[in-house]
Design a protein around this ligand. Sequence first.
Ligand code: PAF
Length: 286
Amino acid sequence: MSRDTATAEVAAAPTVAELRRSLAAWRRAGEAVALVPTMGALHAGHLALVARARTQARRVVASIFVNPTQFGPGEDLTRYPRDPTGDRCKLAEAGCDLAFMPTVAEMYPDGFVARIDPGPLAATLEGRFRPGHFAGVATIVAKLLLQALPDVAVFGEKDYQQLLIIRRVARDLDIPVQIEGVPTVRESDGLALSSRNAYLTADERARAPLLHRTLRDVARRHAGGDAAAAGAGTRALLAAGFAKVDYLEVRDAETLDAPHAARPARVLAAAWLGKTRLIDNIALVP
Ligand code: PAF
């Protein structure tokens, strides 16, 4: 279906074969394709990815797939928000051409065993608290890239470590795609948009913007030479009612190693408000 004939819901392809049929027609017409991988429950952050994709290619495909292999035991796979019809309407409205909506059996048929090990970038920060998460992400994203073979694939900086890992995997596996990162979309009070914000109670939602404020404070203090800024930020979050801070650290923006004064850095955090785990990050420019 073309953008000109878009109806209330974007067309959906439930199988790789159907996805490839649409893509082949576009390719024959000489049209470039951008892919926006998502897990659905779409919000303005995802729509910003679609908007960026539209600036990069004539055709935009969004995938909607809640990928079981990137959830650990005890994580929120079964209660992860799902809204396929609402998602398709939002995608149509945003000018997306096709939603790829495979089943788990389509993506992981019986006997599926392959798994991409994304290496040291995946062992730190999120990787320490969510073992196996990035192997699941790398595997599904590699599959999506190889299924669609897009010219461009677009990801949010909200999942900054994920973005770095995907860039590395695409490069290491010679997948011919340009990986685009899009800045985090925030509520007016600074809270980064996330499908998981739906889990927050009213009280937690009121406290949640403190995460972003704290990251900004840590960035400012670190840039001013305060080596203890991240520790102070962690204490501030705990004092403000965050139940636990998994990490709050300043890292090199490319390698995620310890920061170096002359190089771009990133402040990254994961912290719990009640049962909800929030992640966020911001740039620290030298
Ligand atoms: O960022 C996400 O929504 C997911 O991790 C992704 C990239 C769609 C892979 O399942």
